[in-house]
Design a protein around this ligand. Structure first.
Ligand code: ADP
Ligand code: MG
Length: 272
């Protein structure tokens, strides 16, 4: 039953602690969803509606108060090794250079770990290539304290991408980036998702970004009942690009639908 879906949420509720549970105060409520391997899911919703909580549940950092979560056919009982993550705030190790921070997952995760010594030059080239796409070419040997906040953020995104994890969780990773860098990283992600079978969840406030990158868009609504309100299937062809997608009238239809949800329906869904 669960094997066909890569991620499967069955009636998932989460209260952050016992006190909140006793008050029936849930951060997310009755989430049911199924995601296939290789799907790119964008998550859109107002602040505080439970998007980050959803990510913590998916990767096993939080256990549900009620319901069950399966990933890759297994019940999630603790933090998963198969997922890569990049969050709003960068989290580089201060004693490692930019290059060594980006290489970290390859030193930890198999099959790379056991090949790390032999293939180090190749891995370093892969890391440098990623760093160049985010405008950090030449910063390989700098330490985090020598980089601006935005540069550290770009390096953390490279670290999440380097080992092409089976599941990639991106929590508003591009929010603080300038438009040019953001566009470059979006293009890089498009290339990656076309080549790999990674399952990706990305929280974003940018509806154009959601339409460019995702196969499906999860719309989450705000309390008192924070839940998954609607799933929108992206109507645009998969070979869309940043340059061409605006020429398709369907782009404006889906864009208007998302904006209408955010403006008019995301806070009132529960009352309906
Ligand atoms: P979003 O990412 O959509 O902005 P969050 O998932 O961070 O929303 O938060 C959802 C709800 O859970 C909010 O009401 C928030 O205050 C609450 N919350 C988040 N983290 C915690 C925590 N560690 N302890 C208690 N409540 C939390
Ligand atoms: Mg959040």
């Amino acid at each position: 039953m669960t094997t066909a879906n890569f991620v499967d949420f069955q009636n998932v509720w989460l209260a952050y602690n016992d006190e909140l549970l006793a008050q029936n105060h849930f951060a997310v409520e009755d989430i049911n969803l199924q995601v296939k391997q290789g799907e790119f899911i964008a998550i859109v919703g107002p602040s505080g509606c439970g998007k980050s909580t959803f990510m913590k549940l998916t990767t096993g950092l939080k256990r549900p108060s009620k319901g069950q979560i399966f990933v890759d056919g297994q019940p999630v009982t603790g933090p998963l090794k198969i997922s890569g993550m990049a969050f709003q705030a960068p989290s580089l190790l201060p004693w490692r250079t930019t290059l060594d921070n980006v290489l970290l997952p390859l030193e930890i995760v198999e099959p790379f770990r056991s090949q790390f010594k032999q293939r180090k030059a190749e891995f370093a080239e892969r890391a440098s290539k990623l760093l160049r796409t985010v405008g950090l070419g030449g910063y390989e040997d700098k330490f985090p304290w020598q980089l601006s906040g935005g540069m550290q953020q770009r390096a953390s995104i490279c670290r999440a991408l380097i080992h092409e994890p089976k599941m990639l969780l991106l929590d508003e990773p591009f929010g603080a980036l300038d438009a040019l860098t953001r566009g470059n990283i979006q293009d890089e992600l498009v290339t990656i998702v076309r080549q790999t079978k990674q399952t990706i969840f990305m929280i974003t406030h940018d509806v154009d970004e959601a339409i460019l990158l995702s196969d499906k868009i999860f719309l989450m609504s705000n309390g008192p009942r924070a839940k998954l309100a609607e799933i929108v299937t992206n109507p645009l062809p998969r070979d869309r690009t940043r340059a061409t997608m605006h020429h398709d009238p369907k782009f404006y239809e889906v864009r208007n639908h998302l904006i209408d949800f955010l403006v008019h329906r995301s806070k009132t869904f529960a009352a309906a």
